[in-house]
Design a protein around this ligand. Structure first.
Ligand code: TYD
Length: 206
């Protein structure tokens, strides 16, 4: 089973990814928790280039660097782990490119989808959580945490387009997505995620 987490800045994704990984491990599943960009050694270098506030990156170059990170990630980590029977949980995946480079930057969605299929050799998540938070609130949470990267420096308008993009992706493929209101206590969000995953795992075992 391949599970991905998506969301805007400050939505609490990373914490939820970790908690779900811990929970499934406790239940006795073999789990691999990973992230994009930066899940592999090559990806870690690409991540530094992509997130550095000093980097000047054209939208098409940006997209292709994320695609390179993803291609390496799928081929060297995700596919082998799935082949070993592990549950793979990734903090961001191809939907991030559709939302950020497609809806956020305005790159052509049809071309982008083709590049995603090529980069991932067609690997799609089985289940994707969208932690939905008002972009203004998310950016404020991030600013409080003192974090700053090239995306957090984008305008509020950009982040609104990204959120609208996610909502459009969900509407187009509702069976794969679970949207969760991220403006709820951490434990409530966590409980919803566990319930969905446990139900899916039971269905698989039947
Ligand atoms: P990260 O520090 O991992 O942020 P977050 O905790 O919000 O996931 O930074 C990843 C940034 O890269 C994030 O702002 C979204 C962006 N991104 C894209 O624009 N396209 C992509 O394909 C991916 C994977 C990430």
């Amino acid at each position: 089973m391949f599970i991905t987490f998506e969301g805007g800045e400050g939505s609490g994704k990373t914490t939820q990814v970790r908690l779900l990984g811990e929970r499934l491990t406790q239940l006795g599943y073999q789990v691999m928790v990973t992230r994009e960009p930066g899940g592999t050694p090559l990806g870690a270098k690409l991540r530094a280039l992509l997130l550095d506030v000093e980097s000047q990156v054209e939208p098409r170059a940006e997209l292709l660097l994320y695609a390179a990170d993803r291609a390496q990630h799928v081929a060297t980590l995700i596919r082998p782990a799935l082949a070993d029977g592990k549950i793979v949980i990734s903090d961001r995946y191809a939907d991030s490119a559709l939302a950020y480079q497609g809806y956020g930057r305005g790159l052509d969605l049809t071309a982008l989808r083709q590049i995603m299929v090529f980069a991932t050799s067609g690997l799609q998540p089985d289940l994707t959580f969208f932690l939905d938070l008002d972009p203004q609130q998310g950016l404020a949470r991030r600013a409080q945490a003192g974090a700053s990267n090239r995306f957090e420096a984008q305008t509020l308008e950009f982040h609104r387009r990204v959120r609208e993009g996610y909502l459009a992706l969900i509407a187009a493929e509702p069976e794969r997505w679970v949207r969760i209101d991220a403006d709820q206590p951490l434990a409530v969000v966590q409980g919803t995620i566990f319930a969905v995953v446990e139900e899916r795992l039971q269905l698989l075992q039947r």
